[in-house]
Every structure is written in structure tokens, then in C-alpha cells.
Design a protein around this ligand. Structure first.
Ligand code: ADP
Ligand code: MG
Length: 231
């Protein structure tokens, strides 16, 4: 695919209600295989921007285009399906199903994404391969997600985002719960995976020390206009 994996143009969004927070993003683009770190203080709208990219909230104006499809033009159901196919999401709290096995957690997105499922010859084997590539012990696939340490749960969240090779990985402060050593190990594993498959990565953090590994580092204030209602 020739064009960017992610392209945002003239997007504006305002949270309704008391907060009165608004975000305007004239342009942001991420190329195929590119890794971008988006930095900003807490409350600067980073997670809001990621929700706009994932299409879980819709902009008041402007366009969000993923892999050539303008997601703002899709119906709700079509957008959910499109997101499952195109975007692997790693949430700040991981959002694992607590009582499901690690294997079932990793395989979950394939249920909603037939294109990703078709890239995987044998789903259970693929889940095991990802686990071992991400440094999880062999027996971990059988464990309940809640039986794992935080660092291990985070690796499961990464495996779930990567399975079936979606072109774009979105990660919202995935290292915030880890100490410096675990952070470095986690990023090594994530980058090994995205490099192997030319996957694009947009990661959000408030920690500028992560920057050196990324192709590009941007500050949210440099790409977005942020307004908070006076209180
Ligand atoms: P960050 O991820 O950079 O910490 P967020 O995007 O989560 O920032 O939040 C930015 C601002 O947007 C918050 O301070 C709040 O005012 C507003 N906001 C975020 N989420 C919601 C929501 N679900 N409902 C209403 N306002 C929200
Ligand atoms: Mg946030």
C-alpha cells in the first residue's frame, strides 16, 4: 500500500460537559513501518486523540483515514469491524479478559477480524509463538490472565495487538506501570515484532526518555491546538 497508514486532516473534537476540553489537529500522518512517539503532559488530550484515531469517538469535523479508508465515513458497525482488522490496540490498563486464558485473550481480536484470522495458519500455535517471542513462559498460555504479573499481562496485551498483523499498532502509555528495566525489555520485544512485519506504531507517553528508539518523536502541543474552558 502506497499511502500513509494513518492520516489525520483538520480534525476537531470537543468533550461535552463541564470539562470543556477541545482538541484541534490540522495534520498528522504515520507512514508504513514508521514508529512515532507522541509525548504530552497528563490531561493534554493524548488518549482523546487515540480514541479519534481508533474511531471509538468521532470528530466534530475533519477526516481520519486509516490504510486508505476514511473511517469517519463508515457506519458504527462497519467502523468496529474496520478497527478490529486494521488496528492492534494496547490500552493503558491492558483490558484483558480476567477469567479467560492467556491464549483466549490473545486470540480474541481474530473473532472480529477475518482478514487477520486468514493471515494465521493455526491460531493456537500462533498464540504460543507470540508468547515465546515476547518472553512469556510456555505454560503461560494456559493460565488465566489475572494469574500473571503486570509485566506478563502487558506482554499478553502486546501479543493480542500483534496477532494477525494489523498494519497499525496504537499503544496508550503501555509502559507506565513498569520499572525502567522492564520498560526497556518490553520495548525491545515490541520493536522486534513491528520491525519484522513493517508494522506502524503510534505510542503515547509522558516519558521523553523513551524517544530514542522511535523514528519520530512529536509533542502533542506541536501538532494540536488544545483548549480548556476557564474554570
Ligand atoms: P491524556 O491522555 O493526555 O492524559 P485525555 O485525552 O485523557 O488526556 O484527557 C484530556 C481532557 O479531556 C481531560 O482533562 C478531560 O477534560 C477531557 N476528557 C477526557 N475523557 C473524557 C470523557 N470521557 N468525558 C469527558 N471529558 C473527557
Ligand atoms: Mg491518557
Amino acid at each position: 500500500m502506497a499511502g500513509p497508514v494513518l492520516d489525520i486532516s483538520d480534525v476537531a473534537y470537543r468533550w461535552r460537559g463541564q470539562a470543556g476540553f477541545s482538541l484541534t489537529v490540522p495534520h498528522l500522518s504515520v507512514a508504513k513501518g514508521e514508529s512515532v512517539l507522541l509525548l504530552g503532559e497528563s490531561g493534554s488530550g493524548k488518549s482523546t486523540l487515540l480514541s479519534l484515531i481508533c474511531g471509538t469517538i468521532l470528530p466534530d469535523q475533519g477526516k481520519v483515514t486509516i490504510a486508505g479508508t476514511e473511517i469517519t465515513s463508515l457506519s458504527g458497525g462497519a467502523r468496529d469491524k474496520f478497527r478490529a482488522e486494521q488496528i492492534g490496540v494496547i490500552f493503558q490498563q491492558f483490558n484483558l479478559l480476567p477469567f479467560a486464558s492467556v491464549r483466549d485473550n490473545i486470540l480474541l481480536p481474530l473473532r472480529f477480524a477475518p482478514i487477520r484470522r486468514n493471515r494465521v495458519a493455526d491460531a493456537a500455535t500462533e498464540a504460543e509463538k507470540l508468547c515465546s517471542a515476547l518472553g512469556l513462559p510456555d505454560h503461560a498460555v494456559e493460565a488465566k490472565a489475572t494469574a500473571l504479573s503486570v509485566g506478563q499481562q502487558q506482554r499478553v496485551a502486546v501479543a493480542r495487538a500483534l496477532i494477525g498483523q494489523p498494519p497499525l499498532i496504537i499503544a496508550d502509555e503501555p509502559t507506565s506501570a513498569l520499572d525502567a528495566n522492564s520498560q526497556a525489555a518490553f520495548l525491545d520485544l515490541l520493536f522486534a515484532q513491528i520491525t519484522a512485519h513493517e508494522t506502524s506504531l503510534l505510542m503515547v507517553s509522558h516519558d521523553p526518555r523513551l524517544g530514542e528508539r522511535f523514528d519520530r518523536v512529536i509533542q502533542i502541543e506541536d501538532i494540536a491546538q488544545i483548549e480548556r474552558a476557564a474554570t
